[in-house]
Design a protein around this ligand. Structure first.
Ligand SMILES: [Fe+2]
Length: 402
């Protein structure tokens, strides 16, 4: 029997639409091979029959270059048991398939320009864009890409639990990996919130190990929420209250205000809070509480339609009580990192929280990350969350102010 294995790597100028109904997926041009302007085909075959080359495209599809990428850089200079490697004229590293390139086609700044045009034109329409197979092979490449997008970065200080990694890049979240994060609009508990969220996958999760990013459209959620629930929140508003213990007390299990604001000076914290419109108080142990009253809705950036836009469930004590960190603790609601109330300080009914949670998860979708993917989210139109995972997975993020 004739067996033919063909791997084809060819220029691909097409765009794919419709992923997850609103997600725009772009597979960047696959022109990885030096000196080639033509399609490149590799074939091997066993058996005596002649290969019918005219028919092979019916039987084989392209193997994405991403799947061939090594994902690390093996050293070849001065490599033990490799003849010639100590002579000084070897490259330091064996070239990854993705790195063999025409220099002019792999200029990261150039890809930043193209992606900026794509995002500016299409993000308001689709709400989320995933770009795959860009020539980004590590964090430094992503930082170069990010800087050259030319956006203004979000710098309002109160940005959740992240570790700064330099040049406006942060860990996506420092919460434990097993935690599934409820969908939310980023910083929608704050008077200032980023307009875009950009994510970069440094290490994709293992297959079937979770770690999917969860997405849903604010519009979809708005239409399935009980209008009476929305009306009541519009009337009373939401009070988001944060609690951050002092590092010198044993008041809580969570990060301290020193960790959260990356300063030791209470006056610097007050300056940040005041400039962002928060109210605040310090207790006798110098633990910090701060809060803000927020509308549960905003107008859609394109149509002006009223849209649910907040994160009252994942900033509620009931969310934190479910986390491993707080398992079997009995601390009061107002000593969790956040707790949300109606604007008059009254408790949000458990049935209302359950209704909102069930509505969110009923229209949430997920996708599988590949290493070096970049996703851009319109934070006004799309809520994001994540599935918990096991094993290795690393995402970093940057928040954009325009
Ligand atoms: Fe987030």
């Amino acid at each position: 029997m004739q067996r033919v294995i063909v791997q084809s790597i060819k220029k691909n100028n097409s765009w794919s639409f419709g992923w997850l109904s609103f997600f725009w997926f772009h597979r960047a041009k696959l022109t990885w091979f030096h000196g080639s302007s033509q399609d490149i085909n590799f074939s091997t075959y066993t058996g005596s029959d002649e290969i019918k080359t005219t028919a092979w495209t019916s039987y084989f599809s392209r193997l994405p270059t991403q799947e061939l990428a090594l994902g690390y850089r093996p050293r070849i200079a001065e490599r033990p048991y490799l003849p010639g490697s100590t002579s000084g004229d070897f490259l330091n590293f064996f070239l990854d398939l993705k790195r063999v390139k025409k220099p002019e086609e792999f200029d990261i700044k150039g890809w930043s320009r193209v992606c900026r045009e794509l995002v500016d034109a299409e993000l308001p329409v689709y709400g989320a864009i995933l770009v795959r197979n860009l020539p980004l092979c590590n964090m430094e490449d992503f930082k170069t890409f990010l800087q050259n997008l030319g956006y203004k970065f979000f710098e309002h200080g109160v940005t959740g639990y992240r570790t700064p990694l330099g040049e406006h890049v942060y860990t996506a979240s420092d919460d434990p990996p097993q935690v599934t994060m409820e969908p939310h609009n980023e910083c929608s508990y704050s008077p200032f919130f980023p307009k875009k969220v950009i994510m970069f996958c440094v290490k994709e999760p293992d297959s079937f190990c979770g770690g999917e990013t969860v997405l849903l459209k604010n519009q979809d959620l708005t239409t399935i929420l009980d209008p009476e629930v929305t009306r009541k929140f519009e009337e009373k508003k939401i009070r988001y209250q944060a609690f951050l213990p002092n590092k010198n007390t044993e008041a809580g299990l969570q990060k301290t205000w020193q960790d959260r604001f990356w300063v030791d000076d209470p006056q610097a914290v007050e300056n940040t809070l005041e400039s962002n419109g928060w109210s605040f108080s310090w207790d006798k142990d110098k633990n910090l509480r701060f809060w803000y009253l927020h509308s549960p809705v905003i107008p859609h950036p394109v149509t002006g339609e009223k849209m649910w836009f907040n994160q009252l469930t994942c900033y509620h004590a009931s969310y934190y009580r479910a986390l491993p960190l707080f398992e079997n603790t009995s601390i009061p609601d107002d000593q969790f990192p956040f707790h949300s109330y109606y604007g008059d300080g009254s408790a949000i009914e458990p049935a209302v929280l359950q209704h909102i949670r069930a509505a969110m998860w009923s229209c949430a979708m997920g996708f599988r990350w590949r290493t070096f993917d970049v996703a851009i989210l319109d934070n006004k139109q799309v809520l994001h969350g994540r599935m918990g995972w096991s094993g290795e997975r690393k995402l970093v993020t940057s928040l954009i102010d325009e």
